[in-house]
Design a protein around this ligand. Structure first.
Ligand code: URA
Length: 436
């Protein structure tokens, strides 16, 4: 097989066979195809698209580029969730312990912050000592012992994706539905879970700005799950405003702990319950009302929090973060209140800019080499549609010396509009797709 023949075919919008796709992926992973030919392949795929069948082939080839986890020795139904990324999306921090406290086995493998979106691994690492780099053996051992583990993907899981993602990042080929679907699903299928709940975000703070695109991505991922014999539910959810009030690593962990103490922002709590109840549904509890009551109870009676503490303990973190978050979690030295310059109603005009502003304060990476300031970020004071007076705080910036405050202020100010009439009310969930 010749890579130039395959490139020629895709350039002319012809369909590729599994053997051809497998050849490209395995040769690239082994270093036998240079970046310039892979870039051409990715761009041709981006421009001319892949059919669902080809996307399935691509997923399979990427999955087979590395090892898969065998969780069959662990009793119980293993369910993970995946979010396509948003601003203030700290749902995983609560969902993993909460679903586990209801008896679901949760093998959660997450990622780091990407662009303007936060990452669960970075949030967890704001807990002093917390280890996200678990070996396969440690991950499986923890699942057996406490029913939940929260870690990063090992280097051996879908290595093709790691290499391809780095190349996509610099060749303007990230936002392609077949490439995103195969990237996410190859990693999720390698994890060995029985089922998956996909939180596909749409809106100004999501990678998929348009609902139609989010739905196409969800359909593609559901189709892939089905072809691999996995149960999956996808929710298309709103990202036209940040979730909750906290944007930034330790700030979101503190908010997650509040939620597991029975407090916390309504929108975030509702989404957590919606996603977790679908995990319980796939695991066998078909009475959604019953599972929602159980989930709500476990947020209030401390069972989810106890499970979170167990996770922290097993992963070498300081459990004082749960009992005394104010003292143990990292905190930025400086704060700055951002005041509204006029009176009216709050409307999030571009939520991506809230994420960008938090990154400029130190909460995310601007380049791959950057280190994160775990205490930095933004505490929002208003949700979409709330009234605000002149000089009333819109948000508090948390940062340390060296943060780009002026730039962050500009981004944040641009992200919010103060309107004279109530802005459009935002739904939390737009649609549900499933294969069961
Ligand atoms: N997340 C992934 O894992 N892959 C993508 O391509 C986009 C988001």
């Amino acid at each position: 097989m010749l890579i130039s023949d395959i490139l020629h075919k895709k350039r002319n919008s012809q369909k590729l066979t599994f053997e051809e796709i497998k050849y490209v992926i395995s040769s690239y992973t082994a270093g036998k195809i240079p970046d310039y030919q892979m870039s051409a392949f990715l761009m041709a795929a981006f421009i001319n698209g892949f059919t669902s069948v080809e996307t399935g082939f691509l997923t399979k080839a990427m999955l087979e580029s590395g090892e898969t986890m065998d969780l069959s020795g662990i009793e119980g139904v293993k369910i993970d969730k995946h979010s396509t990324g948003g601003v203030g999306d700290g749902t995983s921090l609560v969902i993993a312990p909460l679903a586990a406290s209801c008896g679901v086995i949760v093998p959660m493998m997450s990622g780091r912050s990407l662009g303007h979106t936060g990452g669960t691994l970075d949030k967890l690492e704001s807990i002093p000592g917390f280890r996200v780099n678990l070996s396969k053996e440690e991950f499986i051992h923890q699942l057996k012992k406490i029913g939940v583990a929260m870690a990063g993907q090992t280097d051996k899981i879908a290595p093709a994706d790691k290499k391809m993602y780095a190349l996509r990042d610099v060749t303007a080929t990230v936002d392609s539905i077949p490439l995103i679907a195969s990237s996410i699903m190859s990693k999720k299928l390698a994890e060995g879970c029985d089922g998956l709940v996909l939180d596909v975000k749409t809106g100004s703070g999501a990678f998929m700005k348009e609902k139609t695109m989010a739905k196409r991505l969800a359909k593609e991922m559901i189709g892939i799950s089905k072809s691999f014999g996995k149960k999956a539910i996808a929710l298309i959810t709103d990202m036209n405003q940040p979730l909750g009030y906290a944007v930034g690593n330790s700030l979101e962990v503190k908010q997650a702990i509040d939620i597991m103490k029975g407090e916390g922002p309504k929108d975030l709590v509702n989404l957590i319950i919606e996603i977790s109840s679908r995990m319980l549904f796939i695991a066998g509890e078909k009475n959604t009302k019953k599972s929602k009551t159980l989930l709500e109870n476990n947020l209030k009676n401390g069972k989810a929090l106890m499970k979170f503490k167990e996770i922290i303990e097993y992963q070498s973190g300081d459990t004082g973060a749960v009992d005394n978050p104010e003292k143990i979690l990292p905190k930025a030295q400086k704060t700055l209140e951002i005041l509204s310059v006029e009176e009216g109603f709050v409307e999030y005009a571009d939520t991506k800019l809230v994420g960008d502003a938090a990154n400029l304060l130190g909460a995310g990476r601007l380049t791959k080499e950057d280190t994160i300031n775990h205490g930095a970020g933004i505490v929002l004071k208003k949700k979409q549609g709330e009234r605000i007076s002149r000089k009333e705080p819109l948000a508090t910036f948390c940062f340390d010396n060296g943060a780009s405050i002026e730039e962050a202020k500009l981004k944040f100010t641009e992200s919010i509009k103060i309107t004279k009439t109530t802005p459009k009310k935002l739904s939390l969930i737009y649609e549900k797709l499933e294969t069961l």
